[in-house]
Design a protein around this ligand. Structure first.
Ligand SMILES: [Zn+2]
Length: 274
């Protein structure tokens, strides 16, 4: 049931619209992300989003965007947000940062600033939330988790999905479907999931972690979601619709990054405190 993000829908009119970068704790600069300079945190998800929405060219000499259609804006108040939305409705692609904890919460924050729900839902292409977590050093030790560990890991991941239509209909088979997806995406050649323990070596100062990685939550403004925004629906409702259409929460993205050995579940839990 957990399909990958539907980047196609963000690109229906890629020449203009609003992309919000929600940076609760991780923090990034809208300009850096838009110009592809924030390489330390850019992942495939952002790259795909940018590839789909990019109406401008990046100057290869100084790597700065030739930003005729790009406006960078900090959305702090009604005035800056209103200007951003106006620009995105009049032929500009706007990347804006907002200090908030999750993608769906960003919608409420912007509406609370006094945005017109119709204009905002019309303008919005998507919202990308990010947190940074410590990356596991290459000294990490792979192991095959036992059934109980997999079950509790799966349960923790699926807790985020309880309000979705798919889980409400048939939680057991929805959960099995998530598990099958994991085996397909992260399983070894024997169809087993692998997890990793931090070890510690000279390179990481004995701690088992070196560098950081980004955890991401990419909310695509699909038509059903635009409708909910226009109706000023509750966060929980928008979250469920976004998840049903393939969004993964910051925590879920982090947990999948545990299954691929990028980071550790303790790290994910500590940076995804709500
Ligand atoms: Zn190490």
């Amino acid at each position: 049931m957990v399909r990958s993000h539907n980047e196609d829908s963000i690109a229906s009119d890629p020449a203009n619209g609003l992309v919000v970068l929600a940076d609760g704790m991780g923090g990034y600069n809208a300009g850096e992300v838009a110009s592809g300079m924030a390489t330390t945190v850019i992942t495939t998800e952002i790259a795909q989003l940018l590839a789909k929405t990019q109406p401008y060219q990046v100057d290869p000499q100084n790597k700065k965007p030739i930003a005729e259609k790009l406006i960078r804006d900090q959305m702090r108040d009604k005035e800056t947000t209103g200007t951003g939305i106006e620009a995105s409705l009049t032929g500009h692609l706007v990347f804006a940062t907002l200090h908030t904890n999750s993608a769906p919460e960003s919608i409420i924050r912007l509406l609370d600033m006094g945005m017109d729900p119709f204009n905002f839902s019309d303008a919005l292409l998507g919202i990308l939330a990010q947190r940074l977590a410590r990356r596991m050093c290459s000294c990490k030790a792979p192991y095959n988790p036992d059934g109980a560990e997999i079950k509790s890991f799966l349960q923790e991941y699926c807790d985020e999905l309880q309000q979705t239509a798919t889980f409400k209909k048939d939680p057991k088979s929805a959960m099995e479907s998530v598990y099958r997806e994991w085996v397909k995406n992260y399983g070894n050649e024997k169809g087993q999931l692998v997890m990793y323990k931090p070890v510690g070596c000279d390179k990481c100062g004995g701690g088992g972690f070196k560098g950081r990685c980004g955890l991401h939550e990419l909310l695509i403004a699909t038509d059903p979601l635009k409708k909910l925004i226009a109706e000023k629906a509750r966060v929980a409702e928008m979250l469920a619709v976004a998840l049903d259409s393939g969004m993964r929460t910051l925590k879920q993205d982090g947990m999948e990054k545990c299954l691929s050995g990028v980071t550790h579940i303790k790290e994910v839990r500590s940076v995804c405190i709500k």
